[in-house]
Structure formats: C-alpha cells, structure tokens
Design a protein around this ligand. Sequence first.
Ligand code: IPM
Ligand code: MN
Length: 334
Amino acid sequence: MTYKIAIIGGDGIGPEVVAEAMKVVDATGVAYEPVAFDLGGARYLRDGTILPAADLEALRGFDAIMLGAVGTPDVPPGVIERGLLLALRFELDLYINLRPFLVGPSALNDGVDMMVIRENTEGTYAGEGGFMRKGTPHEVATQGSVNTRMGVERAVRYAFDLARSRERKHLTLVHKTNVLTFAGDLWQRAFDEVAAEYPDVDTAYHHVDAACIYFVQDPGRYDVIVTDNLFGDILTDLGGAVAGGIGRAASGNLNPARTGPSLFEPVHGSAPDIAGTATADPRAAIISAAMMLEFLGERAAATRVREAVAKSDHVTGSTSEVGDAIAASVQGEN
Ligand code: IPM
Ligand code: MN
C-alpha cells in the first residue's frame, strides 16, 4: 500500500519541521506518495490565495495531511487561521483533536501520560456572532459558543473508547459547568449518559480553572481528558509546557468516521522569530507523523518512531541534525 499524503509545510518553521517529520517517515520504510500544497500566510501575501475550492477537493482524496504551521505576522489575525486551518477542520469534519502528552519524571512533576481530546468543530470556534454598530462608541460584538448534541456526543464517545483502550481506563470531563450553564449542562448530560455505557471506565469532572492547577501541580492524576474546543486549545498549550515543552506537543485532527483524510500537525505555531535559523525542535512534528502512521494502521512503524523520539533526549543540534539522528535510530531498528 502506497499512501497518498498531502504536505502543507506552511509558514515560518512549518516547512523546516515537516521536512524532518517526513525524513523520519522515510526511515520507517512505509511507502507513500507526497504531494505538496503551497498554502499559508506567505502564499496569501504573494497572491491573495487562502484555500482554493480545487485544493480543498483535491485534499479530500488523500489518505492523510501533514501540516507544519500556518500564519505570518504581517497577515491580520484570523485570515489564515479561519480561512485555512479551521476551514480544513470544519470542511473535512476533523471532529477530534487528539493531543497526547507523555514524558518521564522531571523537576516539574513525576511524569505525565495523558491524552487530551479537544472537540474540534464547534464551541466558540464555530464562528457564530458578529458586530453591530462596528467602529462606533456603541458597538457590540458577540461570539457565541455552538454546542450540538451530536458534536458533543461524538467527542465524548471517542474519549470513552480511548479511555477504555488504556490501562488506567480513566476519563475526566473538563468544562466550566458552574458558569456556562447551557453549554456545560449539555456536555455534562451527554457525558453522564454515555458513561452509563462504559461501566469499566472511571470518570471525573473538573472545572477548567481547577484543571489548570492540576496540570501544573499534579498532572499524574489525568489519563484521558475530554473538553470543548476553546478550553482544549488553552489547556493543551499548558499541557505542552508541563510535558517536555511545546517542542514535543503533537496533534492529530481526526475524522474517526474516515469520510476523508485526517490532518496531523505540531501544536506549536510558525515561530517566525526563529524561522530560518535551523533551531526549531522537529520532535513535535515527528511525533505528529507517528500519530499519522498509527491512524493509517501502521502501528509498528508508529511505535518505532515514538521510541526513537523518546530515546533522543540527549540529541542536540540543528533542526535537521535532530531529524537525522531520529531517522537513523528508526532505521537502526528496522
Ligand atoms: C491550535 C492553534 C489553532 C487553534 C490556531 C492557529 C487557529 O492554536 O491548533 O491549537 O486555535 O486551534
Ligand atoms: Mn492552540
């Protein structure tokens, strides 16, 4: 099987880290045909293109998409984020954003082994809202949170299935039910109803502000977490910070129904300040590539990549030197 993989390097350090991720995929021997898509802030600045309909249609035909990072400081906020990245999440129905955090004991904590499942198509990201009297002293801006029973339930079910497959079989719902009494109520009811179908999974509920304390002081209490889009966005940056740094934080934007390709990307952004300096840590992109291999069913290859990254703590050097060392380690295990 030769997989068709779309590559969106994007902006800043995006293309640099994706090159290393694909180098490591090469080392696994898994056969794939890459097709590069020139999309992102740089392309937009060049010719005004964000996501052509033809590109979106073409992307639907791939087995997976590997993305580096998109966004440039000279493009107003939201243009590329909404027009490209969120458009892909919504159009391809990538309803699960899976973000694993796995690191051994450190000065910060006794080790972290948790998976955050962020609902990826709804909430405040849905784009509901607008302006009235914009630009006047009486202007109004609203930005609602959209929570459908279907959208919440499919995220919650995915989380229960994942928790069931893990040793600890523990799932925490994170929300803010004490203040967001409409959205939180729907989430809690959906969670409780699905929980009844999974008597073997232990559950907990934490408010998101309390979860921030636990992430820092006692992340070991978490196994699997499920939460809404915006809470998940914020919480997973914190997760990266307490679990090896944002240079290790990987993600899979998944369409578990497999009605189209899933998209894999590091959690970090395009880091324009260090672009071109060869200092970006490619590990987050490499772990994202391992998630892609896993989702494609290439379990053994995925495990080899993860193990090589885990053994690479001592490796220093440029972006490509780190990629070379991890690729060599993967190949050594062939
Ligand atoms: C992320 C990013 C995106 C998000 C941005 C770039 C739109 O921060 O993937 O976490 O907010 O989801
Ligand atoms: Mn984010």
